[in-house]
Design a protein around this ligand. Structure first.
Ligand code: UDX
Length: 430
């Protein structure tokens, strides 16, 4: 299948690369000429395990191309994916102006039947608007179908999520585009679920919000565990063993961040409001999440009293492990809050430091965890990087001025930490 992907950001680039990997011919489009130049040279602007290798391989095999020319891409392909950002506006609504602009550009380039697929995360009823827009701007009589095909990929495991998906959701209001969609996804061997356009759009918002709800739920349970002297990890294991609940996304911590959950939940609340339903449950999910860093800081105040002039080492700045992404990162948020209180923060992250250096020059960075910990009066773990578990904690202890650890991701074993001589505090564990 010949496929165009409009928008070569995270979702577009990974999706296009995986389509090429299974044998399709893919043209990735972006309006940023610098990005296109870099991609053509094999320079990948994001950190995602295995992506660079797959891009290079498929470019060499002549199955993956990059261009700034939407018209040419539309002309040469049968199915066109829209994969542009839908960031949150200040009022919480999803900003759909990029989607609308791309819809117009596609419309003006259409010369014959095409399937236009919305991959960007959008509020329900956006597909209908995209179809209306294309109808308005295309030459009269041109045939096309608009399909919704939400992505469920997680940063850090995006390639695996895409190559081995739990399900493919395709929402369409007519059967005509389904054949091409089935052909695109046949090599992925996953359940292919067909719905109407609106239901497919809702599946994405409802799924992400439910995962965020699980996180806020366990964070609320963690607060009760702290008050009752119980262990939230054991509670999560016991709950999660029920297959109707599942253990995933029941890890208590600083809360959820990233480029998806915060904005998708806001957008879902907004569209629900517009449709006449006040989604108070999700408003509470947000409130609990916003309260997590404050609760964590309170724990630090209870032990350290005043943060001003204290030297604190922070491990982790990315919004989660295995990514360099710091968008809506609660780890960055925590560092900034401590700096505002006058603490001297020296932070380390395996991948996110370049981004932090550019966006938050006020956060001092250390080249490794041991330098960060040298002379520190406390150490904070703010991101769930697996490699933090296997650090030489004995060495870290000997470097610190006072061996106090605040683990905001429940990454370490409390008994082991205490047997090493640390004063160890985590979330929802005695
Ligand atoms: C998410 C969805 O998982 C994915 O399906 C969707 O397509 C895009 O949004 P992503 O933003 O990459 O993916 O991150 P995810 O792995 O879901 O984690 C989101 C946040 O939740 C992170 O900040 C993470 O630290 C936090 N989290 C996750 C927890 O606090 N506890 C958990 O148990 C799981």
């Amino acid at each position: 299948m010949r496929i165009a992907i409009i928008g070569s950001g995270y979702v577009g680039l990974v999706t296009g690369t995986c389509f090429a990997e299974v044998g399709h011919h893919v043209i990735c489009v972006d309006n940023d000429p610098n990005k296109i130049k870099r991609l053509q040279a094999g320079d990948i602007p994001i950190y995602e395990p295995d992506l660079e290798e797959l891009v290079r391989k498929n470019v060499q095999l002549d199955r993956l191309h990059f261009t700034g020319d939407t018209r040419a891409a539309v002309d040469q392909t049968e199915v066109i994916f829209i994969a542009v950002p839908t960031p949150a506006r200040d009022d919480g609504w999803a900003d759909l102006s990029y989607v609308e602009k791309v819809a117009r550009e596609i419309a003006e380039a259409l010369t014959g039947y095409r399937v236009i697929v919305d991959k960007s995360t959008v509020p329900v009823k956006t597909g209908e608007k995209v179809a209306e827009t294309i109808r308005r701007y295309a030459q009269p009589g041109i045939e096309f179908d608009v399909v919704s095909n939400p992505e469920f990929l997680r940063e850090g495991s995006a390639i695996a999520d895409l190559m081995k998906p739990d399900r493919i959701v395709v929402g369409a209001n007519s059967p005509r585009p389904l054949e091409k969609m089935r052909e695109i996804y046949a090599p992925f061997n996953a359940p292919f679920m067909v719905t109407d356009l609106n239901s497919a759009e809702l599946i994405k918002h409802a799924a992400n919000s439910f995962l965020a709800l699980k996180i806020s739920y366990i964070n609320a349970v963690a607060a009760i565990c702290e008050a009752a002297g119980a262990d939230v990890m054991k509670v999560a294991d016991g709950m999660g063993a029920d297959h109707r609940i599942g253990r995933a996304f029941l890890n208590a911590g600083l809360g959820y961040g990233g480029s998806c959950f915060p904005k998708d939940i806001k957008a879902f609340i907004k569209i629900a409001d517009e449709l006449g339903y006040s989604f108070d449950l999700l408003k509470e999910v947000e409130r609990i999440n916003e309260d997590q860093p404050r609760r964590f800081l309170k724990k630090m105040h209870d032990i350290l009293w005043v943060l001003r002039d204290k030297k604190i080492a922070q491990l982790g700045l990315a919004f989660k492990g295995n990514t360099d992404d710091i968008r809506s990162s609660l780890a960055v948020d925590l560092a900034l809050r401590m700096i505002k209180e006058g603490a001297y923060i020296l932070a380390y992250d395996p991948e996110a430091m370049d981004k932090v250096r550019d966006a938050h020059p006020e956060i001092q960075l250390a080249p490794d965890p041991y330098t960060a910990a040298d002379g520190a009066e406390a150490l904070v773990i703010a991101t769930e990087w697996k490699q933090f578990k296997s650090l030489d904690w004995g060495r870290l202890k000997s470097l610190m001025r006072s061996p106090i650890v605040f683990d905001g991701r429940n990454l370490l074993n409390p008994e082991e930490m205490r047997s090493l001589g640390f004063e160890y505090h985590s979330i929802g564990r005695p």
